[in-house]
Unconditional design. Structure first.
Length: 342
């Protein structure tokens, strides 16, 4: 199976995926305050990731590149990012490191949006030389290193050994001279992982939890033998991954992604301590079914909605979301009790 064919399969199968009806975000309630004392015009959506300023907490998360036929998707996503002022991560650049003719499928993102915040993406097992090339290819502001162990294992042609990855991340974080995000790919993270990463010097994680794109489900649909459907929904939801991060947030910048459906999920992510919020599958589906203008309008309306929610909550700055009172309900309460999360 060629890498190019796999990338196209991922896009087609991700298009079929729909976000689950029950999301753990539904078990978190932000408490309504009747006297917010805020003027909507004063609310401010700007934030930053390790000193890189962002106009909005919303960013397009890593999806594609590395196949001639997906260059157009990256061009359109970059146009959306430019028009809405949001940051954009590209998909894994590994394929382009092996085939220089594929560079243009990523470089289009920087060409379309020369002043935007662009995030490079590679697997966490990549070398320092690979990282340097991936960053140069995009003049990237930030580098994402992705973790996708369950996906690799369910992929017939995927990796089978994951020995040495933590040490490799330590080397990259030490040597790369732009901020490095260690991100999951829809399986979420837990406190144990955060501590492993903090101990080797990682400062930013994207929890990328379950509830949205499910790469076990996607890879399972590409298999003909050895059914793995019982492993679907493996991992921690995004809400649980954020709860697990609460005790580490003084040492770690936490980004939220995975199954974000609307601005209330974004608000809840920010209230659980996220600094910014990534969306992948949903934006791809809107882009491919409704087009570029529709996705731009969608994100613009999300920005308006975030101003509205901030006003209702009585906050002017995104950082103040962390003080917003909230209640955790149902299954999540049991998780917090079992894991001693206050
Ligand atoms: C992805 N994702 C991804 N992540 C990554 O770090 N490198 C990659 O190359 C890809 N490729 C990719 C392709 C497609 C088609 C999709 C939909 C997703 C994972 C993505 O960045 C994100 O972590 C998960 O999809 C969870 O977010 P959503 O989709 O639930 O919003």
């Amino acid at each position: 199976m060629s890498r190019e064919k796999r990338k196209l399969d991922h896009i087609h199968l991700a298009m079929e995926e729909s976000t689950s009806v029950q999301s753990h975000f539904d078990l978190i309630r932000l408490i309504h305050l009747s006297l917010p004392e805020v003027n909507l015009a004063e609310t401010n959506l700007s934030t930053s990731i390790s000193g890189v300023p962002l106009h909005s907490p919303i960013f397009i998360n890593a999806m594609t590149g590395g196949a001639k036929s997906v260059k157009e998707i990256n061009r359109k996503l970059a146009h959306v990012a430019k028009e809405t002022g949001i940051a954009m991560a590209v998909g894994s650049q590994r394929a382009a490191l092996q085939k220089p003719e594929l560079w243009e499928t990523f470089q289009v993102v920087r060409d379309v949006n020369p002043k935007g915040v662009v995030i490079a993406n590679l697997g966490a097992d990549s070398t320092w030389d690979d990282a340097g090339q991936a960053i140069d290819m995009l003049k990237a502001d930030i580098l994402q290193l992705h973790l996708n162990v369950p996906q690799e294992l369910v992929m017939p042609e995927g990796d089978r050994s994951f020995v040495g990855i933590l040490q490799n991340i330590a080397t990259l974080v030490d040597r790369v001279n732009i901020p490095v995000i260690v991100k999951e790919t829809g399986f979420g993270m837990c406190r144990e992982t955060y501590h492993q990463l903090i101990d080797i010097g990682v400062q930013i994680v994207d929890v990328s939890g379950g509830g949205g794109t499910d790469f076990i489900a996607i890879e399972n649909k590409r298999r003909t033998q050895n059914d793995y459907s019982h492993l679907q929904a493996w991992g921690q939801s995004t809400a649980i991954s954020l709860l697990e991060s609460l005790s580490c947030q003084n040492q770690l910048t936490v980004l939220s992604s995975g199954g974000i459906r609307n601005t209330l999920d974004i608000a809840k992510s920010l209230a659980l301590g996220a600094q910014a919020v990534g969306i992948a599958g949903l934006f791809l589906r809107i882009l491919q079914t409704e087009g570029t203008t529709a996705l731009i309008q969608y994100i613009q309306s999300w920005h308006q909605q975030l101003h509205t929610i901030m006003t209702m909550l009585g906050i002017r700055e995104l950082a103040a979301f962390k003080q917003v009172p909230l209640v955790v309900q149902g299954e999540l309460t049991n998780w917090c009790k079992a894991r001693q999360i206050d």
